[in-house]
Design a protein around this ligand. Structure first.
Ligand SMILES: Nc1ncnc2c1ncn2[C@@H]1O[C@H](COP(=O)(O)OP(=O)(O)OP(=O)(O)O)[C@@H](O)[C@H]1O
Ligand SMILES: [Mg+2]
Length: 236
């Protein structure tokens, strides 16, 4: 289980996260929703340890990791796929997967891990020898997700995995993510602007506005309450 208690993040005078408390449970997907600048990315960055924690604490499996550096959090089983499509564009799809597998603690042997990815995303097997930079946006996102999950992290943080993708690809990507949480028992947290989409696939949702949580609840309930529409309107 991952818990944030009164977490604060600031960059100089800019207070990006102002006292946020969140609980994310194993085998479930938690959505962090909010408009541009709400503090979603800052929240994910402080969990993985790449943004400085200015107040509060971060607890993973009952252990306070607030003072543990990012590399050691990764070794504790935390993976973070950042905003934007970050992969090695000059390396092939398979080289990207093998490289991601080679970092940190891992479970399955490399051939098995890569095969498992190809079964879930057959298009990546077709493109195995192609440089990742030549793939379509959706295919690149599949590589990024595959790299983030290839070592079977217990905690997976995903920053706007749907950004700029066609709806059909987004559905496929989200099915993969929620499927990963369910079958591996991992704790998954997604930052997302597209509220209705994220609430349809997640278990629990939190809405951030200017660094504070203004709403939280079961995703199903938030959807039924029409929160997604209200949010979309308030983003504009
Ligand atoms: N490295 C930084 N230095 C200074 N200010 C920053 C930095 N990163 C983020 N901010 C500011 O912190 C606030 C929260 O930004 P953050 O990137 O967390 O928002 P977000 O919800 O992820 O937005 P988006 O949906 O646009 O990605 C914004 O006001 C932003 O300008
Ligand atoms: Mg962001």
């Amino acid at each position: 289980m991952l818990e944030l208690r009164d977490v604060k993040v600031s960059y100089g005078a800019v207070e990006a996260v102002r006292g946020v408390s969140i609980t994310a449970r194993p085998g479930t997907t938690t959505a962090i929703l909010g408009a541009n600048g709400a503090g979603k990315s800052s929240l994910l960055r402080v969990i993985s340890g790449i943004a400085p924690l200015r107040g509060g604490s971060i607890i993973i499996d009952s252990r306070d990791v607030s003072k543990i550096p990012a590399e050691r959090r990764a070794k504790l089983g935390l993976a973070h796929a950042m905003e934007g499509r970050r992969l090695f564009r000059q390396l092939t799809v398979e080289e990207n997967l093998r490289l991601a597998w080679s970092f940190g603690s891992r479970k399955a042997p490399v051939a098995e891990a890569v095969d498992d990815i190809y079964q879930r995303f057959p298009i990546l097997e077709e493109k195995a020898k192609v440089q990742a930079g030549y793939l379509s946006g959706g295919q690149q996102q599949m590589v990024i997700l595959s790299c983030a999950t290839i070592r079977q992290p217990s905690y997976l943080l995903l920053d706007e995995p749907s950004l700029g993708l066609a709806p059909i690809i987004v559905t496929q990507i989200y099915e993969f993510i929620t499927g990963y949480a369910r079958r591996s028992g991992a704790t998954v947290i997604i930052a997302e602007q597209m509220a209705s989409l994220a609430l349809r696939v997640s278990d629990h949702g939190y809405v951030l506005r200017r660094g504070r949580i203004v709403l939280e609840g079961e995703s199903r309930k938030l959807l039924a309450d029409g929160i997604a529409n209200a949010l979309s309107a308030s983003y504009l």
